[in-house]
Design a protein around this ligand. Sequence first.
Ligand code: KG4
Ligand code: ZN
Length: 380
Amino acid sequence: MKILAIETSCDETAISVVAASGGFKKPQFKVLSHLISSQVKLHAPYGGVVPSLAKREHSKNLIPLLATALRELRLYKASSVQHPMLDKIPKILSREPELLKQLLELIPTISVPKIDAIAVTYGPGLEPALWVGINFARALSLAWNKPLIPVNHMEGHIYSPLLEPKTYNLFPALALLISGGHTELVLVKDWLKYQVIGQTRDDAVGEAFDKVARLLDLPYPGGPALAKLADKNGKHPMFAKFPRPMIHSGDFDFSFSGLKTAVLYLVKKLGKVDDKTKAAIAREFQDAVIEVLVAKTSKAIEHYNPKTLIIGGGVIANTALREKFDELVAKKYPNVKLLIPDFQLATDNATMIALAAYFHIFKKKPGPKNIVARGTLSLR
Ligand code: KG4
Ligand code: ZN
């Protein structure tokens, strides 16, 4: 089965086409197209994502990405097929005039592609951004008469490592989800069955990276820039030992805002921060984050005894963090399989949305019929 997936929850416009087979026993995926149009340059001057700009940029980029994906697949065939439902599309895309115009130009000139379903992220994320993807997906689903599968973005992060499966016997699994908006420990009892056992009480890990990067005047996006600086600095002088928030709290919750405040106080106290000190602060901050994530995850492994540990979300693009988790599992939990996505599937993309959609289709768990953007959608 071929799934076309659309992701617009934040500042990446992404479209993928994935071929899937094997069901739950032996899921196999082949990525036929994996396209991401990043808005980093657009948001950089503001030091963060501006929702209204993100929305407009998604509207501009979706059709060019779709056309590229279909060309890559050789599914882009000129034709003058009748699309009886085309009249209904202006209403669906009434809030996205630019997208509507492009769509009405493209669709009548190409034949209906050989795909089996259209998947789209409907939350969590920025609602104005999510709506663009949802309405686009609704329009395509109607024009081409294909089923529409709404997907929770965090489910995408959970299944992202399954593109290259190392094991098929996954459950119960423990998932650590670390992104710009989320920090969660989730018990995945079976396919599509989740229990959130811990989450952040304030900032998400990625958010903390981004905010601390800003305190250190690093370029946007902050997380990767901070990580780069931290990795440059092998040893750090112990003038600054930041807290390890909630490391011994006895539950599986997190808190990162205190860590950010500790950096703020230190930067204020020092006044001028030279490059060497900056690198030392970055390193100590990263060490503190890693220690907390590793400690809490270890506790959860001991408590729930999972078969696999899944780590998903943009922050697992962090090399030092990946190494620490490799080491942890190898040394302390050799019976637990560690599943971490490829770098290009760690940060936001649509391939992971296609993977999650496949499991929904296979389980016949179709999701809500009237799809509405859900900014704070949680895993259930
Ligand atoms: O999953 P993602 O792409 O988007 C959300 O769903 O939020 O995650 C983005 C987050 C950002 O906060 C970004 O700074 C962080 O992941 N991130 C990193 C690294 N690469 C991306 N944080 C630390 N180290 C990295 N190498
Ligand atoms: Zn994400």
